[in-house]
Ligand binder design. Structure first.
Ligand SMILES: [Zn+2]
Length: 137
């Protein structure tokens, strides 16, 4: 098997994880052909099929578009349950899934709430309610 026959990707899945875990950056792609912005790693545009996507840094703020409360967590989150598993539409485009450690009940979060990505030593993309904790930006 050779890699030369495969289309090249701007970054690997491992790079993506390293991005948000170590560099506090959510990496994404913009299609130079149709302009689609996506957080989903891929070799070609999901909309028009063009390869050679441009790597970009996605926005760190976004809007909750879906969420659920997880009471039975994975191994890495045993001490955090219950917490929210969220789908966030980022400013500027791209949709990512993440988790919110301080949301313990469906009353604590609403669709449309603004949230902000913050780096975490835990696996996964952690969001907090925008304006809550830490320094802004
Ligand atoms: Zn495209």
């Amino acid at each position: 098997m050779t890699t030369e026959e495969l289309p090249s990707a701007p970054h690997t899945i491992l790079d993506w994880f390293r991005g948000y875990e170590e560099e506090a950056t959510l990496r994404g792609f913009r299609c130079p052909n149709c302009g689609l912005v996506t957080a989903t790693w891929g070799l070609a545009c999901a909309r028009c099929g063009k390869a050679d996507l441009t790597e970009i840094a996605l926005g760190k703020q976004g809007t909750v578009v879906a969420f659920t409360i997880l009471a039975v967590p994975g191994e890495d989150f045993l001490n955090d349950a219950p917490y929210a598993y969220v789908v966030v539409e980022l400013e500027g485009g791209g949709r990512v899934t993440g988790w919110m450690p301080t949301i313990r009940d469906t009353d604590h979060l609403s669709i449309g709430d603004t949230v902000r990505f913050v780096p975490s030593y835990k696996p996964g993309v952690q969001f907090v309610r925008d304006g809550a904790g830490g320094s802004p930006g």
